[in-house]
Ligand binder design. Structure first.
Ligand code: ASP
Length: 345
């Protein structure tokens, strides 16, 4: 009798082990088939090839690759697109090479005012912060707004208080200082003293803009998008650009695509650029490529507006469209395709 029970237990145990193995393998096969993709940018502008030395190009490429690799690790391990875009954006924010977080441009008063937003394509929930001066990684504050508040966009002191309460790293405003940006600011002041800038001035200054962003599709089929910026050099009167405006500089929906933008923010707001691309896919059944091409290369160009976008659709197609001579950018897909670029190909 004792033996019979023992045998039964053994059979049951074996059956359980086989079932678990089967489930594990089936799960792995399922994951292996699910596509993931992540695309990042570090701003667009009319940059002459000769203005960057081979060492500088290398420096940019290394930082872009670092952000891409960190995001890919998360996606490969079955992590979420939200974690992937936040991680990539933080790396770019921490680098003085890009106009976001450390190394952000200076406003007219010689201060760094930062904007960021993040959106989840599954829930259509979103969070953003604008005009902040003491939050080390604005994108993480934006995520807290999305996840831990009933609001979408918090600005200035209120946003900083909220970030502090949420345990986000707070720094002295001096942390964001970068000598290269300061020189750029001094030059700006010399050229613009006692003079208010026209729309044409702003258009010519796009080289002094820049923004960072990331968009990802995870193996669970969820899209997320993140955008973070210091805005435009010499901005005044509490100016806020498109980057923290959901639908303009950032958007994500599992129904269509995720988009992160960079460029002349006022035009991106007026044209609701990120959402326009998603809406074209949804209502006009355009491909991501066609929708992005129309908005960036036709619509914005007709208006004389500079900039670009990165985007991923629900099938893992990646688009990087810009109407300037350069956009710091890169992507990686589960298919193995991978690369980083600066200039037009
Ligand atoms: N879009 C940003 C802004 O207008 C700047 C940029 O992306 O270059 O604030």
């Amino acid at each position: 009798m004792k033996n019979m029970i023992h045998n039964k237990v053994n059979h049951f145990q074996m059956f359980a082990v086989i079932c678990s193995l089967f489930l594990l393998l089936a799960g792995q096969a399922l994951y292996a088939e699910k596509p993931y993709a992540v695309v990042i940018h570090g701003g667009a502008g009319n940059i002459a090839r000769e203005s960057l030395s081979p060492e500088q190009i290398e420096e940019y490429n290394i930082k872009l690759a670092e952000a891409l690799n960190a995001a890919e690790e998360i996606l490969k391990a079955g992590g979420t697109s939200l974690d992937a875009v936040e991680t990539a954006t933080r790396i770019l924010e921490d680098s003085p090479l890009f106009n976001a977080g450390k190394g952000a441009v200076f406003n007219i008063d010689g201060k760094n005012e930062l904007d960021a937003s993040i959106m989840c394509g599954e829930t259509h929930n979103a969070g953003a912060v604008a005009g902040i001066t003491t939050v080390k990684n604005p994108i993480s504050a934006a995520r807290k707004v999305m996840e831990n508040s009933p609001h979408v966009l918090l600005t200035g002191k209120g946003a900083e208080t909220f970030a502090y309460e949420q345990g986000i790293d707070i720094v002295d405003p001096g942390y964001f200082f970068d000598q290269r940006r300061w020189n750029q600011y001094r030059e700006f002041i010399r050229n613009n003293v006692n003079r208010s800038r026209s729309d044409a001035d702003l258009k010519n200054e796009n080289i002094k803009m820049g923004t960072v962003g990331a968009v990802a599709l995870d193996i669970h089929g969820n899209i997320a998008a993140a955008t973070s910026t210091g805005g435009m050099v010499g901005k005044r009167y509490g100016r806020i650009g498109d980057s923290p405006i959901i639908g303009a500089g950032n958007y994500a929906s599992n129904l269509s695509c995720g988009v992160s933008a960079t460029g002349h923010g006022e035009y991106f707001i007026r044209n609701i650029v990120a959402y326009d691309i998603a809406a074209r896919m949804l209502y006009k059944e355009q491909s991501l490529q066609d929708a992005a091409f129309h908005v960036i290369r036709e619509k914005l160009v007709e208006q004389g507006a500079n900039g670009g976008i990165i985007a991923v659709d629900k099938d893992g197609n990646v688009v990087m469209e810009f109407n300037t001579t350069a956009m710091f950018r890169g992507f990686v897909k589960s298919t193995g395709e991978k690369g980083v670029w600066i200039f037009e190909e």
